[in-house]
Design a protein around this ligand. Sequence first.
Ligand code: GAR
Length: 204
Amino acid sequence: MVKTKIAVLVSGGGTNLQALLDAQQSGALTAGEIVLVIASNDKAYALTRAANAGVPAVVCSRKALGSQAAFETAISQALAEHGAELIVMAGFMSILTENFTSQWPRRILNIHPSLIPSFCGKGFYGLKVHEAALAYGVKVTGATVHFVNEVPDGGEILLQKAVDVLPGDTPEVLQRRVMEQAEWKLLPQAAQMISEEIGREKAE
Ligand code: GAR
């Protein structure tokens, strides 16, 4: 079957991008191929990971482009140039509006570092999610892969995995455990699932 072309959107360290690249290498991600990385800023270490893997990368910065519309147009152009069929948001910290998301129904995945609907939505990203979980005192947290629509963290849930909160956890320690035990497994698994689905649709 022809592989589904995947674009990965990143903003920071890119450990989830690395998990996808590793899954491609190990044969856990066979139905899809990462053809493009789009970073929301030129400082993202994820860009180095893309270069090391020989994957083309572009920077689309909302700030540099001057408006949300120009930002979304630049992303759309890059996606079209590389023939992307599936978008995976892997630590992408910019908001995409309905103008963009409505063009890609069930074709944008996002990983969020909590069990949605806890600790999600506007203002909950990165370490802040784990700070909020610890402040609330939950004993179980986790990660969620969901489809992206116009509601921040509000699209249909695809996969979730629970992770224990342990006594003495700091936000950093908890973040690392959630990544290791949940995020780096769930995201490649979800990318494989939806790549297969797209492949089947194309074969029909
Ligand atoms: C990950 O924990 C990801 O789930 C989270 O940011 C981190 C990015 O790490 N995403 C969000 O909070 C999105 N709302 P990474 O750059 O090393 O993959």
